[in-house]
Structure formats: structure tokens, C-alpha cells
Design a protein around this ligand. Structure first.
Ligand SMILES: CC(C)(COP(=O)(O)OP(=O)(O)OC[C@H]1O[C@@H](n2cnc3c(N)ncnc32)[C@H](O)[C@@H]1O)[C@@H](O)C(=O)NCCC(=O)NCCS
Ligand SMILES: Nc1ncnc2c1ncn2[C@@H]1O[C@H](COP(=O)(O)OP(=O)(O)OP(=O)(O)O)[C@@H](O)[C@H]1O
Length: 205
């Protein structure tokens, strides 16, 4: 069985960059954002429940209207909770199936901005938090998504604070545009590989 590494961090912290580095190192990573979108798009029960909650327009010709859903939920904590309760249980089940398929790998990852909030902490053996100062994250997200500061801040408000997130994490990777990123990722992978009791010892060969 693989060691499962959770990769979390607020919007714009650089989780996707870290996940790509994991991928380059041969570690498969489950990208929750992408999979949540796929599942939301294809699961008829999620479709039904989102339509009942948000209105029929949330799907147009069978395609999820993402900007409508985003403007419905962000800025309204009770709506975020309801939407998450519809989608996240299916994502958890999907991750379990995915991880079982990759059971032969030494290390696998799961990336999610809201890994702890979504109740996925117990799905992973180690949790890595990717950290960047708030202002750096806001600027990155505005630039990447062509969003307004207000839109980004609403998403940040729907996420756990960095302080609380850090208290759940086993490791922190600093991605502040100053601290070199790649050496931190390499060191972490090397450390976790050493912790992997399923690695074949040279003495057994
Ligand atoms: C609301 C949706 C349609 C908006 O889509 P959009 O393309 O605008 O944003 P995208 O999915 O790329 O998300 C960008 C970032 O927003 C933040 N974010 C997304 N969903 C959430 C959420 N439920 N709570 C807090 N932050 C969130 C994350 O930092 C994420 O990386 C989409 O995010 C969604 O379906 N969210 C619910 C599923 C979910 O919780 N995904 C997060 C990982 S499980
Ligand atoms: N070390 C870095 N150097 C330069 N650009 C970076 C660095 N880290 C992240 N970025 C850029 O900042 C933006 C946000 O990074 P990324 O998409 O990895 O964040 P994220 O944590 O996955 O965010 P989200 O929660 O929205 O998915 C991207 O455009 C990315 O290319």
C-alpha cells in the first residue's frame, strides 16, 4: 500500500506547482479540483441536488455553469457548506478508488485547497501545507484567473485560515517567491521515501 501525502494550502499558494513537481518525480497526484469538476459534471445525483439547491440554470445543456455556482456560493458560508456536502462525499469515494488503483506506488498525493475542511485529512498519512503570504496569494490568483480582488477574497473567506491549516500539517513548504521551492520538495520526497516501510531494503535482495 502507498503512503498518501496530502498537499494543501490556500488559493494561490502554489499547490498545483508543487503537485507538478511531485508528478515530475514520478509520484501520481489526485487533483481534487479537476476530479470534483469531472464528478460534478457526470454524477446525476449531484446534478439533481445542485439544481434543487441553486436552480435549474446551474446546468445549461448538461454543462455546469461554474461562474453561476461560484457567485451563488462564495460569500455565503451556509451555501458553501451545502454545496460541499453535495460534492465532497463523492470526491472522497472517488479518491479511495483512485488510490486503490495506484496501490503499487510507494507514494501518492492528493491536492486540495480545502483538504482539511472537506474531511479528507484522515484519507492521507502525511499533510503538507504549501504556504505563501496572503498578499502574494491574492496577487497570484488575480493574475492567473483574471479575477477581482473581491472575488479572490470571497474564496479565501471560504477556506480555513493559514494558522489553523498549519496546525493540521506535518510539513510546510514555503513558496513565497523568495525561498527556493525545488530543494524543499526534493527533501520532502526523500524524507517520506525513507519513511516508507514498503520500500524494498537492499538487504533483502
Ligand atoms: C465553484 C466552482 C464551480 C468554481 O469553479 P472555478 O473554475 O471558478 O474555480 P476552480 O474550481 O478552478 O477553483 C479555484 C480555487 O477556488 C477555491 N475553491 C474552489 N472550491 C472551493 C470551495 N468549495 N471552498 C473553498 N474554496 C474553494 C480553491 O482554492 C480552488 O483551487 C468549483 O470550484 C467547484 O465546483 N467547487 C466545488 C468543489 C470543490 O470543493 N472543489 C475544491 C476541491 S474538492
Ligand atoms: N514559485 C513560483 N514562482 C512563480 N510563479 C508561481 C510560483 N508558485 C506559484 N506561481 C504561480 O502562481 C499562480 C498560483 O499558483 P497555483 O495555481 O499553483 O496555486 P494553487 O495553490 O494551486 O491555487 P488554487 O487553490 O487556486 O488551485 C500560478 O499562476 C502559478 O504559476
Amino acid at each position: 500500500m502507498s503512503i498518501k501525502i496530502g498537499i494543501t494550502g490556500g488559493i494561490g499558494s502554489g499547490k498545483s506547482v508543487v503537485s507538478r513537481l511531485f508528478g515530475i518525480m514520478g509520484i501520481p497526484v489526485y487533483i481534487s479540483d479537476i476530479e470534483a469538476k469531472r464528478i460534478t459534471q457526470t454524477d446525476p445525483v449531484i446534478c439533481q441536488e445542485l439544481c434543487a439547491l441553486v436552480g435549474q440554470d446551474v446546468f445549461q445543456n448538461g454543462v455546469l455553469n461554474r461562474s453561476l455556482l461560484a457567485s451563488y456560493m462564495f460569500g455565503h458560508p451556509n451555501r458553501v457548506q451545502k454545496v460541499n456536502e453535495i460534492i465532497h462525499p463523492q470526491v472522497k469515494e472517488d479518491f479511495r478508488r483512485w488510490a486503490a488503483r495506484f496501490g503499487g506506488e510507494q507514494l501518492v498525493g492528493m491536492e486540495s485547497a480545502i483538504l482539511v475542511e472537506a474531511g479528507f485529512r484522515s484519507e492521507v498519512d502525511f499533510l503538507v501545507m504549501v504556504y505563501a503570504p496572503l498578499e502574494v496569494r491574492v496577487e497570484r490568483a488575480i493574475k492567473r484567473d483574471c479575477s477581482s480582488r473581491e472575488q479572490v477574497m470571497k474564496r479565501i473567506e471560504a477556506q480555513m485560515s493559514d494558522e489553523v491549516k498549519r496546525s493540521h500539517a506535518d510539513f510546510v513548504i514555503v513558496n513565497d517567491d523568495e525561498t527556493p521551492l525545488i530543494p524543499q520538495v526534493l527533501e520532502l520526497i526523500s524524507l517520506l521515501s525513507k519513511n516508507n516501510h514498503y520500500l524494498c531494503s537492499a538487504k533483502n535482495n
